[in-house]
Design a protein. Structure first.
Length: 131
């Protein structure tokens, strides 16, 4: 059972249509990432689709993510816990750290391999989420 710490999450009574909307939005980003020709764009959108999937899974469990420092870390951790994929958490954190360097420290270029690896994981996570 996944525990939701009150400093990062609060119980929230989402409707099925709300959680379905979250899942749909996350999946749209994944599709956009797959179609992107530029690995930098695919990586960024792929990362966002994983965050959105995490938010959707958390909402489906009846919790809302609080916008506090460290909330992206918690979203990724809970996604790994909910999907029972603890081995992916460290990889997801590496993705997050690299994206943060890109965003906050002047930018990076992501390789085709980095982008491709991320999109493969996205696909796996989305399949698992639908079970």
């Amino acid at each position: 059972m996944t525990l939701f710490e009150t400093d990062h999450f609060q119980e929230f009574p989402y409707s099925k249509s709300q959680t379905d909307g979250y899942f749909h939005n996350a999946e749209l980003d994944f599709v956009r990432a797959e179609k992107a020709r530029d690995p930098n764009i695919a990586y960024r959108i792929g990362y966002e689709s994983i965050l959105k999937l995490g938010i959707a899974m958390i909402a489906d469990a009846g919790y809302k993510v609080k916008s506090v420092p460290g909330h992206h870390i918690k979203i990724l951790e809970k996604l790994g816990e909910i999907l029972k994929r603890p081995d992916e958490i460290e990889y997801l954190h590496r993705i997050r750290r690299k994206r943060n360097i890109d965003l906050y420290e002047g930018g990076l270029d992501f390789t085709e391999k980095e982008s491709s690896d991320l999109l493969v994981l996205c696909g796996i996570l989305f399949v698992e989420a639908k079970k």
